[in-house]
Design a protein around this ligand. Structure first.
Ligand code: CTP
Ligand code: MG
Length: 231
């Protein structure tokens, strides 16, 4: 049966990659012969579920127009914003004429190039009938400490703490309302789920693969390469 709602990918790619400390934003660094963002977009398109992919690109970005993806028929670009949430909102606005309020949006970091088709389908299949939506996440294997100024205040219940990954999957209308409502200039909103949490909603977690890492620091590139070889 044909699904009544469409799926769209939103890719925030307007960060500067400060922690990476490289000569260009991390999404344009080489990873096994392609840029990080080319891997990311290829993997989203390979899943074969998206009606379009909206990518938020910084206004001063000289690297994006050089990529063949800039001409891809399913890719729509939008201007990046000051914070990640602003970039996501800008990308949502760029597909406003095409996306319906109850279409599903999967927001995925440009800096996570190891995403698998398996995880995309797991997220969609788990949440497609959910009222709110949710995110890929990882459980914690280590014992977790709550710390202030290097002093341990206590040990957290490991079962109640998860690491938020992307994609994060929410309905177009709800996500846009959440981001417009409380996200702008709010440093606590570092992912889409937190914008919905501020509305009192309870997004779900879906356990994802540990190789879906975010390139954040220089050593992560070698790790991503290793994971890609293993996949
Ligand atoms: N991002 C964005 N717009 C911003 C900030 C971040 O689109 N104003 C994107 C990044 O390009 C990245 C994703 O959000 O794909 C996750 O953010 P992060 O890993 O923090 O990337 P950067 O902000 O680029 O890195 P840093 O925080 O080290 O500067
Ligand atoms: Mg950042």
């Amino acid at each position: 049966m044909k699904r009544s709602t469409n799926f769209w990918a939103v890719v925030p790619a307007a960060g500067v990659g400060e922690r990476m400390n490289a000569d260009r934003p991390k999404q344009y660094l080489d990873l096994a012969g392609k840029t990080v963002i080319e891997h990311t977009l290829s993997r989203l398109l390979q899943a074969n579920v998206f009606s379009g992919v909206a990518v938020a690109i910084s206004a001063e970005d000289p690297y994006w127009p050089e990529l063949s993806f800039a001409q891809h028929e399913l890719i729509i670009t939008a201007p990046g914003g000051k914070e990640r949430a602003d970039s996501v909102l800008s990308a949502l606005k760029a597909i406003r004429a095409k996306a319906k309020d109850d279409d599903w949006i999967l927001v995925h970091d440009a800096a996570r190039p190891c995403l698998t088709t398996e995880d995309i389908h797991l997220l969609i299949d788990t949440l497609v009938n959910d009222d709110v939506g949710g995110i890929l996440a990882l459980s914690s294997h280590d014992t977790l400490k709550s710390v202030q100024d290097q002093d341990i205040l206590g040990t957290l219940d490991r079962r109640s703490v998860w690491r938020a990954l992307t994609p994060q999957m929410f309905r177009y209308g709800l996500l846009k309302t959440a981001l417009e409502g409380g996200a702008e200039g709010n440093p606590a909103v570092t992912d889409e789920a937190s914008a919905l949490e501020l509305m009192g909603l309870k997004p779900k977690i879906v356990e994802g693969r540990p190789d879906n890492i975010k390139i954040t620091r220089p050593e992560d590139l070698a790790l991503a390469r290793f994971f890609m070889e293993q996949q």
